[in-house]
Ligand binder design. Structure first.
Ligand code: ATP
Ligand code: ZN
Length: 286
């Protein structure tokens, strides 16, 4: 019987969409129409378990699942024995300390002797110890941001992405303790066959991530400007150049990274490129 790789993903919440989208883009067909706890993929040897995100590190450690998609914040806080294999590029947030906007605390040293509310007592206590700060930690499991207002704590340590929740609750961030995104974690003792399936899945994930970070560019250029234009396009190897029907002109094809995108496009236009087309890349195998 062929072995199957069991993947734990969040059942519902902020990581659900990103996890399902990634599996789909990896060509793995999962239907979770009936809100089931576990679903076997139709066309790849994986089975997906839908769980609470907090339980995922423990299940992976204990080999109930082989791998999991979960936030680095949860992996660090849970302190379980798993391997973090690959960052997944979604679920980005940071764990920060925030204090009342109009209070007199400004830096972490002002937390000395204070009470801090958090759902991350392990990460917070390590941080305070590193900074030689003695403060009391008040563990709560949700709505941490209201703790100062209702007099439950002087400060909070909580997840932030846009900062709008802090703003609404009249809090300001004074320090980031941890930057986080979803990661693929693995059990430390996978069988040889499971490792083979994982390698194949990782190959797909890396191709999807690369494709998301790059765009395909097509443009027309006068032949006497080709050298300048090509020097602006790093590409995977070198740009493809094809003659256009109109003499003296060529079509140039290349790949540019999302991060230099606008910068490069402006330079290409200035160098004489015309009819620039930007196309998303579905998969990128290098
Ligand atoms: P569960 O019911 O599975 O326990 P939850 O309420 O603990 O869900 P969510 O709020 O869905 O969790 O967040 C899941 C993960 O999404 C977080 O652990 C974190 O890694 C990531 N995340 C990204 N942005 C944010 C944010 N602004 N606030 C909270 N979590 C965020
Ligand atoms: Zn949770």
């Amino acid at each position: 019987m062929q072995e199957i790789l069991r993947i734990a993903v969040q059942k519902s919440g902020r990581l659900y969409e990103g996890s399902m989208k990634l599996l789909k883009e990896c060509g793995i067909e999962i239907s979770n129409g009936n809100n089931q706890l576990r679903v076997t993929a139709a066309n790849f040897p994986v089975e997906v378990f839908f769980l609470r995100d907090d339980d995922i590190p423990e299940y992976v450690q204990d080999a109930v699942a082989d791998i999991g998609f979960v936030g680095e914040n949860v992996v660090t806080e849970s302190n379980k024995q798993t391997d973090s294999i690959e960052k997944l590029g979604f679920g980005k947030c940071r764990l920060s300390i925030a204090v009342p906007k109009n209070g007199n605390m400004q830096t972490v040293s002002d937390l000395e002797g204070k009470k801090i509310a958090t759902s991350y007592p392990f990460i917070l206590s390590n941080f305070l110890e590193e900074r030689n700060i003695t403060a009391s930690i008040h563990e709560i499991s949700g709505s941490v941001e209201i703790a100062p207002k209702i007099g439950l704590a002087d400060a909070i340590c909580d997840l932030v992405s846009s900062g709008s929740t802090l703003f609404t609750n009249e809090l300001k961030e004074i320090e980031t303790i941890l930057s986080s995104e979803a990661v693929l974690i693995s059990n430390k003792e996978l069988s040889v066959n499971k490792k083979i399936i994982l390698e194949s899945l990782l190959f797909r994930i890396r191709s999807v991530k690369k494709a998301r970070n790059n765009k395909y560019v097509l443009l027309n250029a006068p032949n006497d400007k080709l050298d300048t234009i090509c020097s602006l396009l790093p590409g995977m190897k070198s740009p493809t150049i094809l003659p256009l029907a109109e003499s003296g002109w060529s079509s140039v094809h290349s790949v540019i990274s999302e991060s230099d995108f606008w910068n490069v496009i402006e330079k290409l236009k200035a160098a004489g490129a015309q009819g620039i087309l930007i196309i998303p890349i579905e998969k990128m195998i290098v």
